[in-house]
Design a binder for this molecule. Sequence first.
Ligand code: ZN
Length: 429
Amino acid sequence: MADKFSEHKSILLKNGVIVGGKRSPIDILIENGTVKEIGSVTNPSKTTHTVDLEGAYISPGWADVHVHLREPGREDEETILSGSDAAMAGGFTAVCCMPNTDPPLDSEDMITSVKQRANGHLVEVFPLGTVSKERKGEELAEIGNMVDAGAVGFSDDGDPVENEELMRIALEYSKMFGVPIVNHSEVRSLAKGGIMNEGAVSARLGIPGIPSHAEDIMVARDIRLVELTNGRLHVPHISSIETIELVRRAKNKGLAVTCEVTPHHLSLTDSNFEKFDAAYKMNPPLRTEDVMEALRAGLADGTIDCIASDHAPHSPEENEADLLDAPFGLVGLETAFGVCVVNLLDTKVLKLEELVEKLTTAPRKIYNLPSAEIKVGENANMTFFDTTTEWKVDSSEFNSQSRNTPFEGMTLKGKVLGVVNGNKIYSEN
Ligand SMILES: [Zn+2]
């Protein structure tokens, strides 16, 4: 990783094809972190760091708005820096990290310390704060102070905000500060004890299931509270056909409701549980083929705003526990794009411009992150990649400190070749 990363006063990207732009390759000159020239750059100075992209695509830098960086508390699984390295290798120049660390990010000081730890890395880290003090679901955390310190949204992710009054107040604050409340949508009494989707497969295998109702009943409640407060709700990792319908109706009513879907819910189903492998244990769980198709369609028609990985590192000891006790989740930053190419581009669910939109413009808008435009005078913030190289997932090569992935050994397509942010560059070439 270190040998592929460098900083330069002057960077020249040669022969790249801007997604959504002209089809012929162009050059981009970056001086002091700002885009200086787009077109044909013929006389770069001797000290310019030049990378020949040989016709690869360039797009605005991607943002993954749902990652767990585990610091503080579980630095054996991931740190802010190792997670940022994983993001960089995965093509992301920005991540939003969830506050369910130990201790949780529930104060101005905690938000500030995450920002400081991340400072200087190519990848920008935008923390969310907790909705409730100590993430206990009882009292509202100091949302205003955390916004001042740089929190971009609020969530008790990992757990739902169960108390309606607390959710109502949180949504009122979200309106006041213009930031989303991200509720882990799960009715706990319905999900309790379940480790996979409740349906035909769970019944056949005799494994306790979680019905999709556990998600959409909570989303229905939250949308009603948005109607009451005019607040902003972002629904994470959706996995239910009814949720898609609820969000669609909310949007039609003009409510400030957005949602995201993960690459694994767009590519895997509950039939994988036949392998009795904890790598497929997700929360919310992998659903049926029908749900997967509906999620793809919802993404294509714009009901689902963006793609986010829900990167959730876990230690090997935890993953080797038996199926019932193993933790939920996967490390997703470094496989997200390859999974999307195979399941969204090659299947013609999305065009390349649309996929890029779901990875950069849309997620940045939800959290008011700095926009990443490839334009003269703007901060250089971009990702370069191809959509054709096939590669086999080998988790031992991950930059993430954890290895829990359901995609091990699978052939994915589309290679991230590098990212630029300001005067910093990470490049495979
Ligand atoms: Zn969650």
